[in-house]
Design a protein around this ligand. Structure first.
Ligand code: HEC
Ligand code: HEC
Length: 301
């Protein structure tokens, strides 16, 4: 009869071998689901912090982000000590992700979806930090946001947070099962679907009663469809396989290709997730409450 500790070691190894086999069988993508790079992909950090259209270097920032309040520019998050985050400690990084607060105590604007990343576990934030630190440093000064007063005041963001933000890691709901919880974690802590697909009020706070119900005022002034399971106005007639296919390839059930910021999310983030994670996200969406909300076509004015 082996001692409990060696028994534990045996089962832990069994688990690791099983995980490695699953990865092998899923084909191609060889990142472990909890590696820093995998989390970085899932969070969509790359596309927002790289000025892809302007040919900017990876993670060096400068990508314009159009919002109803003005244009924000993503900062340099490479380990460059002067223009990037090279002087930060892991504690600075945790506070930025968890609380939306800068090392000097000022508040971030929620165009940086810290509202989502706050739900990550401490371990995952640590892994993400290790990955960022391992990337090449690029010297590129940050560009000032082009946002009108008073929305440009960081001080006001403190009040915004009191109304629309609560910090803290995702808490599993045991009654829902492992797959649903994995999907919920991916959506609510990393892939931030809700940041684009949930309607916002005049102050930019998400209308949680209409979670994922779509908006004509999405990022870049795009229309983000209702992706709750409502049959008439949402994606109630999409199967799990349809959702998985979209996340993997950007192809919709009617064989149309996805456009705009969603295409970007698929190309630079979502397609890198494992099949199991695509299915978990689909399971989460299938189980959401259906919300009736017809998002008018055409872009917002
Ligand atoms: C939708 C675009 C967007 C995404 C996605 C995004 N960021 Fe950002 N991020 C920003 C913007 C814009 C700011 C600056 C906010 C401000 O000035 O208040 C920022 C700020 C930051 C900062 C603070 C930098 C500084 O100099 O103070 C860090 C660190 C950071 N992001 C890391 C990440 C990581 C890691 C991810 C992925 C998990 C990520 N971001 C995803 C847009 C984004
Ligand atoms: C950066 C913003 C953004 C993020 C993040 C995002 N979406 Fe989207 N999504 C859009 C936009 C915009 C469209 C409309 C694209 C089009 O018209 O081709 C869209 C379209 C879709 C559609 C097609 C719906 C239909 O009726 O045609 C689905 C399904 C979808 N998104 C699911 C998701 C899921 C699931 C996530 C998270 C894993 C997600 N989206 C994250 C912006 C986003």
């Amino acid at each position: 009869m082996p001692k409990p500790s060696s028994l534990y070691r045996l089962t832990a190894w069994g688990g690791r071998i099983a995980a490695a086999l699953t990865l092998l069988m899923s084909g191609g993508w060889a990142l472990a689901q909890d590696s820093g790079e995998y989390l970085f992909r899932a969070g969509g950090c790359w596309a927002c912090h790289t000025d892809i259209k302007g040919g900017g270097p990876p993670l060096a920032g400068g990508r314009p982000l159009k919002t109803p309040f003005g244009i924000f520019y993503s900062p340099n998050i490479t380990p460059d000590p002067d223009t990037g985050i090279g002087r930060w400690t892991v504690a600075d990084f945790k506070r930025a992700m968890r609380e939306g607060v800068r090392p000097d105590g000022a508040h971030y604007f929620p165009v940086f979806p810290y509202t989502t990343y706050s739900r990550m576990t401490d371990d995952d934030i640590g892994r993400l930090w290790a990955y960022l630190k391992s990337q090449p440093a690029v010297s590129r000064p940050n560009r000032l946001h082009d946002v009108a007063w008073p929305f440009s005041m960081r001080l006001l963001q403190g009040g915004w947070k009191l109304m629309f933000f609560s910090s803290g890691a995702y808490r599993a709901q045991p009654a829902r099962g492992a797959e649903w919880n994995r999907g919920a974690y991916l959506v609510e802590a990393l892939t931030h679907c809700g940041e684009c697909h949930t309607p916002r009020n005049a102050m930019g706070g998400m209308d949680m009663g209409r979670w994922m119900a779509g908006t004509r005022d999405g990022p870049e002034g795009e229309r983000a469809p209702n992706i709750t399971p409502d049959k008439a106005t949402g994606i109630g007639d999409w199967s799990v396989g349809d959702i998985v296919e979209l996340l993997k390839t950007g192809t919709k059930p009617d064989f149309d290709n996805i456009q705009g910021t969603m295409e970007e999310a698929v190309q630079h983030s979502l397609k890198y997730l494992t099949e199991a994670d695509h299915k978990a996200i689909a399971a989460y969406f299938k189980a959401l409450p259906a919300v009736v909300n017809k998002v008018p076509s055409g872009t917002a004015k």
